[in-house]
Ligand binder design. Structure first.
Ligand SMILES: [Zn+2]
Length: 337
């Protein structure tokens, strides 16, 4: 053995969160904190080649800015909004990106070259987010489900510290369980009544706008906050109106919570996990709907008379909701321990 002493070398991970609107990239330290981050727009219908190039150059730029060298990077994780085949490295299907059978990882590895190509991982973005919350939050539960409520609804299932990916890596697409097969709206997956068309953040905003348009009384907080323009309503303004106890906003929220509860109840009935964690921007206003949600779920689950039932809580391990995707992607290599 040599006589040199052990010098602590900094370890960093890079997380890449590929979304329909932005590609967010961040360097993450050992303590699940973001050292530096940036984002670039995902151009409409960007070709896979362009996306790979954008990811690679953004990572390199960020490393340069943070003065982090290649040998300090222990892993690079990429979360994609689609089916991430761990065997072939292909993104088999990502409707928001318009990707079908894109040989994503081979392209990424070629773009990065040596030595980084060896430390790159990818997974479905909701799986990555679930791993991030689970590890950063130091959860003790053996069965853990995260529901990510955003433009759609994604999910991650963790049993005994491992992500459940399914036979074809497409497990956890909770957003595409139907809660109304008969008269439900047609989903972009081709099915009717998919949960995400009723209980995603995008659906909530759509419901609020519709309620405004159909209302005869236009004096409430939703109308004031939006300056009279329903299409100005976003999640932040909507929950502001709820805090002001605007009757129209409260009515919309009650119906929305009913939709949310339907899907959560289904998940409890199927999995009976120790905990279901809700994540996504709108859950930051969770204090306004979590009690009602829990009540509705408990009233309807099959196990309502059991002594023990699934805990339902809001994801809080990562303070900024916008960082969940980056941190989850960065630490996904630690998720299979
Ligand atoms: Zn669907």
């Amino acid at each position: 053995m040599g006589a040199h002493r052990n010098v602590h070398k900094a370890e960093y991970r890079i997380g890449v969160d590929v979304g329909g609107t932005n590609i967010a990239v961040g360097i993450v330290d050992d303590h699940y904190r973001i050292v530096t981050k940036t984002s670039v727009p995902t151009r409409d219908a960007a070709a896979p080649e362009e996306m790979v190039e954008a990811i690679m150059s953004t990572c390199r730029q960020l490393m340069q800015q943070a003065r982090v060298s290649g040998d300090e990077i222990v892993s690079i994780g990429i979360g994609v909004p689609g089916t991430a085949n761990q065997e072939t490295g292909a993104v088999e299907y990502a409707n928001n990106l318009g990707f079908t059978d894109v040989p994503f990882m081979p392209m990424i590895r070629t773009a990065f070259g040596e030595p980084l190509r060896g430390v790159i991982h990818f997974d479905n973005d909701a799986n990555a987010a679930a791993i991030g919350e689970y590890l950063a939050g130091n959860y003790r539960e053996k069965s853990f489900i995260m529901v990510t409520i955003g433009t759609g609804i994604g999910g991650g299932i963790i049993y005994n510290g491992r992500i459940v990916r399914g036979v074809n890596y497409a497990a956890g697409e909770f957003g595409h369980m139907s809660i109304n097969v008969e008269d439900g709206v047609t989903c972009n997956c081709g099915r009717r009544g998919c949960w995400e068309n009723y209980a995603s953040a995008a659906a909530l905003i759509r419901q609020a706008r519709e309620a405004m348009t159909n209302a005869t009384d236009r004096s409430g907080a939703l109308w004031k906050l939006s300056g009279g323009a329903p299409d100005k309503i976003d999640g932040r303004l909507f929950f502001e109106a709820v805090r002001e106890e605007d009757p129209l906003a409260l009515k919309v929220l009650e119906k929305f919570v009913g939709y949310l509860a339907e899907g959560i109840t289904n998940l409890v009935n199927i999995f009976q996990p120790e905990v279901i964690v809700l994540s996504g921007g709108i859950t930051r206003a969770g204090d306004l709907f979590l009690p009602a949600l829990k009540e509705k779920v408990l009233a309807n689950v099959y196990s309502r008379d059991s002594a023990v039932n699934t805990k339902i809580r809001i994801a809080d391990a990562i303070p900024d909701a916008g960082d969940v995707g980056i941190i989850g992607a960065a630490v996904m290599d630690r998720g299979e321990a």
